[in-house]
Write a protein that binds this ligand. Structure first.
Ligand code: SF4
Ligand code: SF4
Length: 255
């Protein structure tokens, strides 16, 4: 609880510094490199600095990550609630883009577009981006959404009043109202697991190692090696949220 109180104080201090917030959204730098983002914007006291890489070319859309996340984090079984989900993008030869995520991709995908009409098709795992400049943190009126000492964006369930402002503020659709707990829920990078030195459940079960978790400050980590090797991008970089989920081979069709 001490950790949470300390970070709530930090949240209020940060909020005061960002009053108005217009500068926050007005900087548009769509092609920032990962190195730049991390170097320029991270609080140097955050160490380790957890992040995730997603190698889209390796994702086979099996949905094991979605299923493992639901089990690990007791996410309600209904097909509306996901801490992580997978989307299938199908770009047709006529230019139409079809985006599907039946049951969050949990049971995999069936291709409904005839093969001869497909220009390309791929699957994209999504989750909370643990944004460095997180709109959800700014939107929460009671400080229930806060930044952990490791820079993770978490929700203190005992403080959440269920107002849903953070759900509306998240531009990635990464939050939902937990129908059982009546508080907001989302990915924590499996905080309880990584605190014990384990990988998040989605990373552990991925059969193709399409998800790479690690410490962005550790040059020997698989994540940093992945970022060094690949020209990755983040989702919606123009929003200046400084996401910590980095995608390799991110097509322009991905929203
Ligand atoms: Fe908040 Fe959404 Fe960013 Fe996650 S992805 S930190 S929920 S704004
Ligand atoms: Fe893609 Fe791995 Fe998830 Fe399967 S488990 S959908 S390969 S990220």
């Amino acid at each position: 609880m001490d950790r949470i109180d300390k970070n709530r104080r930090k949240f209020f201090q940060t909020s005061a510094a960002l009053v108005g917030g217009t500068l926050f959204y007005s900087i548009v730098k769509p092609f920032e490199s990962n190195a730049q983002v991390i170097e320029e914007n991270e609080d140097k006291t955050i160490n380790p600095l957890w992040g995730m890489g997603v190698d889209i070319a390796k994702c086979i859309g099996c949905g094991k990550c979605v299923s493992a996340c639901k089990t690990e984090n007791k996410v309600p079984k209904e097909p509306f609630y996901f801490r992580t989900w997978v989307e299938q993008y199908t770009v047709k030869k006529d230019g139409e883009v079809k985006i599907e995520s039946p049951n969050g991709g949990m049971e995999g995908f069936e291709q409904s577009v005839p093969n001869e009409d497909i220009f390309k098709s791929f699957t994209v795992p999504k989750l909370c981006n643990h944004c460095t400049k997180a709109p959800c943190v700014q939107a929460c009126p009671v400080g229930a959404t806060f930044v952990s000492p490791e820079g993770l964006v978490l929700v203190d369930e005992t403080y959440c009043i269920g107002c849903s402002y953070c759900i509306q503020a998240c531009p990635y659709g990464a939050r939902f109202m937990n129908p059982i707990k009546k508080v907001v829920d989302k990915c924590t990078f499996c905080y309880h697991r990584i605190s014990e030195g384990l990988d998040p459940a989605c990373v552990e079960v991925c059969p193709t190692e399409a998800r790479i978790f690690g410490d962005l400050r550790d040059k020997s980590s698989d994540l940093v090696k992945f970022l060094q090797k690949n020209p990755t991008q983040t989702l919606k970089p123009h929003l200046n949220t400084h996401s910590r989920v980095f995608y390799n081979q991110l097509s322009s069709e991905v929203k």
